[in-house]
Design a protein around this ligand. Structure first.
Ligand SMILES: [Zn+2]
Length: 230
């Protein structure tokens, strides 16, 4: 904890005074630019990644950036998402997976989470991604397989997001946009899900990703054979 207390001191002596006006404004209300859903992994720092200030991002985090579908009784994750889009009126949702994800590794190696029933139960919401990965890689659990699982899990979770009526209604009206990202920790690069919902390509300074959200929605809502075409 020593490092945390030192950091707190530094924040109060240096960072807070430097941004006093911003914090005083934020004390009264918030108007975030986006919902940022990502993994709890300590190596992901959303505000650093997109150079956002306090108040810019409404952040939801859990193991594996998982969104339970509407068929499951709503918990804290869905409550936060509902509040973000309905109470705060946020119009963009970024769902960001990452390289070397421990939760995705746990799906590939079920024995590693055998003694953690809560984790095992939670990551079952990513099983469609695992099935899709196994179509592509019937065997193996190397980096290539884990990387594919991380990407397909972002697609699977966006599909889960869309099962919630309060999301799909806004998306259909063009009032809410969904974005699928994968962050590579080693290189600092980010890939975004293309409009066809089938592949990821570099975005930001490392790429020129462009997309059509309506088309992405149509792709994600495709028929039962969706995963076979990926
Ligand atoms: Zn992770």
């Amino acid at each position: 904890m020593k490092k945390l207390y030192e950091g707190l001191n530094l924040f109060q002596r240096m960072a807070y005074p430097a941004h006093k006006a911003l914090f005083e404004r934020l004390a009264k209300n918030q108007s975030p630019q986006a919902v940022f859903i990502t993994c709890s992994d300590s190596r992901i720092v959303p505000n650093l990644l997109v150079q956002a200030e306090p108040g810019d991002l409404f952040i939801l985090r859990n193991a594996g950036n998982v969104i339970p579908p509407a068929t499951v009784a709503p918990g804290g994750t869905i409550a936060s998402l509902e509040y973000a889009v309905r109470a705060l009126g946020i119009r963009d949702v970024v769902l960001c997976g990452h390289s070397n994800c421990g939760a995705m590794s746990g799906i590939l190696h079920p024995e590693s989470v055998e003694s953690m029933p809560a984790v095992r139960s939670w990551v079952r919401h990513a099983e469609p991604a695992l099935r899709a990965v196994r179509e592509r890689f019937p065997e193996g659990d190397g980096d290539e397989v884990l990387d594919a699982l991380v990407e397909l899990n972002v697609v699977a979770q966006l599909r889960n997001v869309l099962t919630h009526g309060f999301v799909s209604a806004l998306v259909e009206k063009g009032e809410l946009e969904l974005h699928g990202w994968v962050y590579d920790i080693a290189s600092g690069t980010v890939k975004g899900l293309d409009a066809d919902g089938k592949r990821f390509s570099p975005i930001g300074a490392s790429g020129t990703g462009s997309r059509d959200e309506r088309k992405l929605l149509a792709s994600l809502e495709a028929d039962e054979e969706f995963w076979e075409r990926l």
